[in-house]
Every structure is written in C-alpha cells, then in structure tokens.
Design a protein around this ligand. Structure first.
Ligand SMILES: C[S@@+](CC[C@H](N)C(=O)[O-])C[C@H]1O[C@@H](n2cnc3c(N)ncnc32)[C@H](O)[C@@H]1O
Length: 419
C-alpha cells in the first residue's frame, strides 16, 4: 500500500533536525511526533525507520544522494524511505525521482570501498582497523548496522524463566532463552509490552543480554552493601537488587535527578525494597565520602561514548569524536577513583562501559591499576566461571555484536587487597 505523499516532507524536516546532531536522535524523534499528533502509527513507524536507516547508512546514502536531483535533504529522505519501504510505496515523487531511485537500487553495495561500506566515520574506522583488521571491522560494522532484537530479563523476585516463557506464549509472544545470561529472553518481534500481564506485574524488564551479564558479574549476594555508582534509570540496579534477593542495601547513585526519577516506577513494579536512590552532585560528593571503605561491591557503569550501542543509537557514531573521547576518559578515571574509595578491603569494584574502544576500557583500567596498588584485577575468565556463565574471555569481559549478538560491552573486576 502506498504511503501518503506528506511522508516525504515530514521525513525531510525530521532529518534536517536530526542531522544537526545537537541531541540524541530518539529524543528529537519523540519531540517531532509529539508536535505532529496527526501522524498515524504506521506513518510514524515508516518515518522513524527511514531516519534510523539514514543514520545507520549515512556514508553510503550521502554518496548516492550526490547523483540525484532536487534539494539534498529531500534526496536523503527519499533514499531513507526507499530503503525502509521500497520506492514503489512512496507517493508524491517528482519527475525523474522514481528513475533515480531505481538506478540507485541497482547498485551492488557489497562492491563499495570498505570504509564507505562500513558507514563508520573515518576516525573510528581507522581506529578499529588498526586494532582488529579490515575484515573483522566490516563484520562488526555490519552487525552494528542491524537493529537489535528485544531482550528481556526475568525478575526472579516475581517469577522464573520457564514460567515467563509460558506466560508470554499466551500473549502470544514467542521468545527463546538468551545464550549467556541465565535470566534473559530474546524476543524477535517487538510486541507492545505495556499491555502484557507479566510486564505489568514486574516479572520482566527490557534489558540487553550484555547489560544483564554486566550486572551478573558484580556477584552481589544476599545481605551485602552495594553501590551502583552511575545508576541512571536503573537497568542494572534492578538486576542487582534481584540478585541480592531483595536483602542488604543497594545505593543507586547518579548525578542526574531526571534519570534517577525514571528508576522510581520501575522499582515499584519490581517489588524491590532494598534500593536507595541518591542524587549526588558529582563523584566526590560528601554523600559518597560518608560510605568510604564500607561497601562489599561497587559497580561503575561509567558514562561513555556509547559506541557499543550503535544498533539502537546509530547517531552516536556521528556525535562522538576523538575530542569527546578524551573528555570522556578523564571523567571515567575520576569516577572510578572516587568509587574505589567506597570498597572495603577484600571487596570488589566493577568497571563497565558500553563502548568498544580501548581508550575508555582497557586503558582506563591500566591507569587505575597503576595508581591504585591496593587493587588487583580478577581475571574475567575466573569471574565468569564463578557465575557459571559459559563465555570464553581473558582478563576482561568484551562483548561484541557480531560475536555475541549483544550490544558492545566492556567490564573489568577489581578487588581491594585484604588489609
Ligand atoms: C551508562 S549510563 C548508566 C546506565 C545505567 N547504569 C543502566 O544500567 O541503565 C551512565 C550514567 O552515569 C551518570 N553519570 C555521569 N557522571 C556521573 C558522575 N560524576 N557520578 C555518577 N554518575 C554519573 C549519567 O547521568 C548516566 O546516567
């Protein structure tokens, strides 16, 4: 079925805003749809797919757009829409546009130069190729250019994985257990979860399998004192609280009151009562210092470039640069150093990011270990064995979309030497 012609100017206008990269694309999209309430759900879906497709394949599509006619933003909108729904579904094309889209559709994209095909910015392409070679970088880029499946985590305070699979089947939602996380389910079609009883009852939460694993390797146990230092909207906090069986004390710190506020309704659904959200002004806040040396486990899910989450946030690759990475790294080091003071002798500090870059990962840990001789690295292979997670890793957890079908994640487990 053909789409209404107004889809083209709407996509064009939205792209104009999104491609300024002044804020996250998903925020710009939500605002645009709020401001244009007459757009139906099908139209919104198509426009979003076109915009996200354009962000994913910007290098290739910008190159194709050069051969077209008419204003550049319209050409980009048409290419995004043609990739999303096929040129034959677009109504309101002007003279020559259908033929041009037909010519573009004939191009064999696998024959394009590797860097163009990767749709990565040159600085990122160069960095990844230097580390992993061209073939692996292309595989990684291809995997990051495909939308992520929907992963769920079963909340063991409320249910278990088998029960949830059976309950979802009634909805009906087909899913399968995730390969590595013992609590994960992968759903291939994206249902409206809000109306499904197991979601309303708090038995499931949306969480990428990689993110579930990061919470799992913290190894938080019943009755412990734990801090989630960068809790945000609480994805990992909720997983940690359940792993602690709703006992002990789990502090959820964040500098963003807005993000922590989003944790509240999730907490209410989860049935957890061991979580204490605390807004801090910065990583050296007095509220942090008061807990020095008292914690069994501290998780630092650090603010990062987000380059491991390109499947969901393809705009990140265009919003980051070598300069923003440098700023991020300084912040990460400072947060990790402050969080380390909370850990009791023998306690553990877990550092994680959703970045695939060594600058934000291995290098932050190397710097930390050099300046903190009272901490040692616990090899990830050992930590995973403790948690009975069948993943083959060395010193660190390094999850990659093309190898593990998760977002890109990094994690290191550090232990404070016993006094
Ligand atoms: C990767 S996100 C956390 C995601 C969250 N843990 C989850 O699983 O949903 C990083 C968080 O760090 C917070 N942050 C930034 N600077 C911080 C600081 N100095 N101290 C504590 N949190 C900080 C940000 O507000 C953001 O919510």
């Amino acid at each position: 079925m053909r789409l209404p012609p107004a889809i083209i100017p709407h996509t064009e206008e939205l792209l104009r805003e999104v491609l300024r990269f002044t804020g996250p694309a998903d925020v710009t999209l939500s605002r645009y749809f709020r401001d244009n309430p007459r757009l139906g759900s099908r139209e919104r879906g198509v426009i979003a797919e076109a915009v996200y497709g354009l962000l994913r394949n910007k290098t290739v599509l910008t190159n194709f757009a050069e051969s077209g006619i008419g204003p550049m933003m319209r050409r980009l909108a048409l290419l995004g829409l043609a990739d999303a729904v096929g040129a034959e579904s677009i109504a309101g094309l002007q003279e020559g546009e259908a033929e041009w889209l037909e010519r573009v559709a004939q191009i064999d994209r696998t024959q394009l130069a590797p860097q163009m095909r990767s749709n990565l910015p040159p600085w990122l392409w160069d960095k990844l190729v230097a580390r992993m070679g061209e073939a692996a970088t292309l595989e990684l880029a291809d995997a990051m250019n495909r939308p992520a499946p929907l992963d769920l985590r079963v909340n063991t305070i409320k249910s278990d994985r088998d029960t949830v699979i059976a309950e979802l089947a009634k909805a009906p939602v087909a899913c399968e257990p995730t390969p590595y996380s013992p609590l994960g389910l992968r759903v291939f079609k994206k249902p409206a979860l809000q109306n499904i009883p197991v979601f309303k009852e708090g038995a499931i939460e949306v969480q990428d399998e990689g993110s579930q694993l990061l919470a799992q390797i913290v190894g938080a146990k019943r009755g412990e004192m734990v801090v989630d230092f960068c809790a945000g909207a609480g994805g990992k906090t909720l997983a940690l609280g359940a792993l602690m069986r709703n006992t002990g004390r789990l502090y959820a710190f964040d500098v963003s009151e807005k993000r922590l506020a989003k944790l509240k309704p999730r907490l209410a659904r989860s049935g957890l009562s061991n979580v204490h959200p605390v807004v801090i002004a910065h990583e050296n806040d007095a509220k942090v210092k008061r807990l020095a040396g008292k914690l069994d486990r501290v998780l630092v899910d650090a603010p990062c470039s987000g380059l491991g989450t390109l499947r969901r946030n393809p705009d990140m690759k265009w919003r980051q640069s070598v300069e923003t990475l440098g700023e991020m790294r300084a912040k990460q080091g400072s947060i990790l150093a402050s969080a380390a003071r909370l850990v009791r002798p023998g306690g553990r500090l877990v550092y994680g990011t959703c970045s695939i870059l060594e600058e934000e990962n291995d290098e932050v840990i190397a710097d930390f270990l050099q300046s903190h001789p009272d901490f040692i690295l616990r090899p990830m292979s050992e930590v995973l064995a403790e948690q009975k997670i069948a993943l083959d890793m060395g010193d660190y957890l390094k999850l990659l979309p093309h190898l593990h079908q998760t977002d890109g994640f990094f994690a290191a487990v550090l232990e404070r030497r016993a006094a």
